[in-house]
Design a protein. Structure first.
Lengths: 107, 119
């Protein structure tokens, strides 16, 4: 099975900060990588698909990138509404696997 | 618009069974697989498996083989998750989701169905 190692698990940050969350894949997943945002009591919201593509309606301060087996989600200037949990998901092959999650919180 | 609407919260005792439904609308149900995702309280997302909505063939992640059954009522555009012999650790929110590796096909998620197992 493909393992997705996500870091950090918790990320205290200030409004306006540039923040980056990373997932490392244990095997090649190409660009079959999504990033989700989840707020308490809500369903996950797709932010990035295909590793680098912004989903519809997602603010342009969010971006996704890939370097080899490392995938990153970057928020260029943190806003209060971005405080949430973030997860990566690989969908290259079954079983799909999520990263363990990152809690983004106000410092 | 595309919607996945799940059934309501359930409170069950250990050993009982539960069936959660996920009704799709706004697209042809049999065109895309349906996935199931578990989220225990305060924990992360865990992929449970998926069902081919055209053939009805289910695929289960290892941790969900045995007591978990994915099924369809295709005529009603509905996917179901049944859990038998419930255990305390099945307490969670269960999401159905349309996840398609096609940049022109939008993902969709249900609102989640809460299952609480308690004696």
């Amino acid at each position: 099975d493909i393992q997705m190692t996500q870091a950090p698990s918790s990320l205290p940050a200030s409004l306006g900060d540039r923040v980056t969350i990373t997932c490392r894949a244990s095997q090649d997943i190409g660009n079959y990588l999504r990033w989700f945002q989840q707020k308490p009591g809500k369903s996950p919201r797709l932010m990035i698909y295909g590793a680098t593509n912004l989903a519809a309606g997602v603010p342009s301060r969010f971006s996704g990138s890939r370097s080899g087996s490392d995938y990153s989600l970057t928020i260029s200037s943190l806003e209060s509404e971005d405080m949430a949990d973030y997860y990566c998901l690989q969908s290259k092959e079954s079983p799909f696997t999520f990263g363990s999650g990152t809690k983004l919180e106000i410092k | 618009q595309i919607q996945l609407v799940q059934s309501g919260p359930e409170l069950k005792k250990p050993g009982e069974s539960v069936k959660i439904s996920c009704k799709a609308s706004g697209y042809t149900f049999t065109d895309y697989a349906m996935h199931w995702v578990k989220q225990a309280p305060g924990k992360g997302l865990k992929w449970m498996g998926w069902i081919n909505t055209y053939t009805g063939k289910p695929t289960y992640a290892d941790d969900f083989k045995g007591r978990f059954v994915f099924s369809l009522e295709a005529s009603a555009s509905t996917a179901n998750l049944q859990i038998s012999n419930l255990k305390n650790e099945d307490t969670a929110t269960y999401f159905c989701a349309r996840l398609v590796n096609n940049p022109y096909v939008m993902d969709a998620w249900g609102q989640g169905a809460s299952v609480t197992v308690s004696s």
